[in-house]
Design a binder for this molecule. Structure first.
Ligand code: C2O
Length: 522
């Protein structure tokens, strides 16, 4: 296999991507981080150098990491943070293809700028490549003018569990217009009235694949292009049967590829990523939810004069596209289930009067020693402790870890008791979405009649407010795998649990010494 080497140096600078000057975390001096593009089957070496004053890590969102769980980049689960001033070499083989991204997995740090796209090509793309002439990565994200470390204490204070920090702006390709007059002179912000929107040049008659990635912290976007319909062809990294829509919801950490045909009058149009603040508990007066980029047929920068705005009629729902609209292009039947775990998601007043998020009765607090390291040590010492499936008692009470010692097919029934939507992500796997609903509960009587032939599979799905979902995965990938709400505030509030799978393989593991050495920082 080909080996591809990348160097990512993480540092903090002062920058003004939307005109407002702020401390920003950047990768190789860039925000968003550089595109990583490889072929399926490649071995990827990424040397991450930490020039921050805090620890960091890099997670490769959506990759299986089969046999390399310690390269998953998840601090306190698969590694200790890379200490300030040090480097760590991630080394893994990419078995999949499609649209992915990478981001820091240390507290809420990715929210401060440590994100980038990761695209994997494959000969298997040939079958869809005839649908488009150009292939373009498009990064969408909500955006704060303050570091997440400054916003967190307020959010975690008592009584604020529904008061997530509200984005100040939304960015497309790391940029957007911001009106400096939104801040008065004593706001403390330096704002340069020179910010611009992203521009996409198109040629009439051509078809464009946009690989949308929501790298944000909190906000769902409703994506549309004035006067143009869009065809969805990929969700996360799963190719789907093309479905035509006017408007596409994309929640945190999700990816969609859309194709549109530049077949309208040769002028300028808005590409819209409308931030769905109906999903927020309050309004931020400085936020313009109508986040836009320019699509120009004429290589000009003037604002569009005519438009059919598909995004104007927002409703309060923060759900994904209907399951019936998402049909994988390459069928993969769901296997029969072995074990079903119900989990309940809620926010409650926890210890020390802090508001915390709970999965069942546990609120996650990052452990000092990665749970992977603890698991391997435990399996070496006495693997009799790890023989039956269920909640493992081998860890601190703050770790909800379901141990599945041998290969099994697992259903997770997620039941949200919370009034917000939660984009849930499972590391190391794609899961099948067997059923989901916006209200009420899964009807157990429907269990025998679920669609098994070709249900949608992906790695991040939205469970709507008070909603539920039944997802199925093969516990065939050895390691410790985070399952969490990807809203960065919610993960930090404890909305994370873990799956420990294939102890029968893990007990033969030796974690590489450079990974273990990260925990020896002075
Ligand atoms: Cu995008 Cu736990 O990750």
């Amino acid at each position: 296999p080909t080996t591809r080497v990348f160097n990512l140096t993480v540092s903090e600078i002062q920058a003004a991507p939307d005109g407002v000057l702020r401390p920003l975390l950047v990768i190789n001096g860039q925000f968003p981080g550089p595109l990583i593009r490889v072929n399926q089957g490649d071995r990827v070496l990424v040397n991450v150098t930490n020039q921050l004053v805090n620890g960091t890590s890099m997670h490769w969102h959506g990759f299986y990491q089969n046999g390399t769980n310690w390269m998953d980049g998840t601090t306190s689960i698969t590694q200790c943070a890379i200490p300030p001033g040090e480097s760590f070499l991630y080394n893994f083989t990419v078995e999949q293809f499609g649209t992915y991204w990478y981001h820091s997995h240390f507290s809420t740090q990715y929210t401060d700028g440590l994100v980038g796209p990761f695209i994997v090509h494959s000969p298997e793309e040939a079958k869809i490549q005839e649908m488009y002439d150009f292939d373009q990565v498009v990064l969408l994200q909500d955006y704060y003018h303050d570091l997440s470390t400054a916003l967190l204490p307020g959010y975690l204070a008592s009584g604020n569990e529904n008061a997530e920090p509200l984005p100040d702006n939304g960015l497309i390709q790391g940029t957007n217009f911001f009106n400096c007059s939104s801040y008065d002179s004593d706001s403390g912000y330096t704002c340069y009235q020179n910010s611009t929107r992203a521009i996409f040049n198109v040629a009439q008659g051509k078809r464009y694949r946009f690989r949308l990635i929501n790298t944000g912290a909190f906000g769902e976007f409703q994506v549309s292009i004035d006067n143009h319909t869009i065809q969805v062809i990929e969700a996360d990294s799963t190719l789907v049967q093309p479905v035509t829509v006017s408007r596409l919801p994309i929640h945190i950490a999700q990816r969609y590829s859309i194709v549109f045909h530049a077949n309208q009058t040769a002028t300028n149009y808005w590409f819209r990523a409308h931030m769905n603040d109906l999903c927020f508990s309050a309004e931020n007066p400085v936020l313009d939810t109508d986040v836009r980029a320019l699509i120009t047929y004429t290589n000009t920068t003037s604002d569009p004069t005519e438009s059919v705005d598909w995004a104007s009629a927002l409703d309060g729902s923060c759900e994904d596209l209907a399951l019936s609209d998402l049909v994988p292009y390459d069928p993969l039947p769901a296997p029969q289930v072995d074990i079903t775990y119900p989990i309940e998601v809620s926010f409650q007043i926890g210890n020390f009067a802090l508001d915390k998020a709970y999965i069942n009765s546990t609120t996650w607090v990052p452990d000092t020693i990665p749970t992977l390291n603890q698991a391997v040590a435990g399996l070496h010492a006495n693997d009799a402790n790890f023989t039956t499936s269920g909640v493992s008692s081998a860890y601190d009470a703050s770790q909800l870890i379901i141990d599945v010692p041998t290969y099994k097919v697992i259903d997770i029934l997620i039941n949200s008791l919370d009034e917000g939507a939660h984009p849930f992500h499972l590391h190391g796997h794609q899961f099948w979405i067997m059923a989901s609903g916006a209200h009420g509960d899964f009807n157990w009587n429907s269990y025998p009649t679920l669609n098994m032939t070709n249900p949608m599979r992906r790695d991040t799905l939205t469970v709507d407010a008070f909603g539920w979902a039944l997802i199925r995965f093969k516990a065939d990938n050895p390691g410790l795998w985070a399952f969490h709400c990807h809203i960065s505030w919610h993960m930090e509030a404890g909305l994370l649990m873990q799956w420990q799978t294939r102890d029968d393989i893990m007990k033969g593991w030796t974690i590489p010494s450079d990974v273990l050495a990260l925990c020896n920082a002075k």
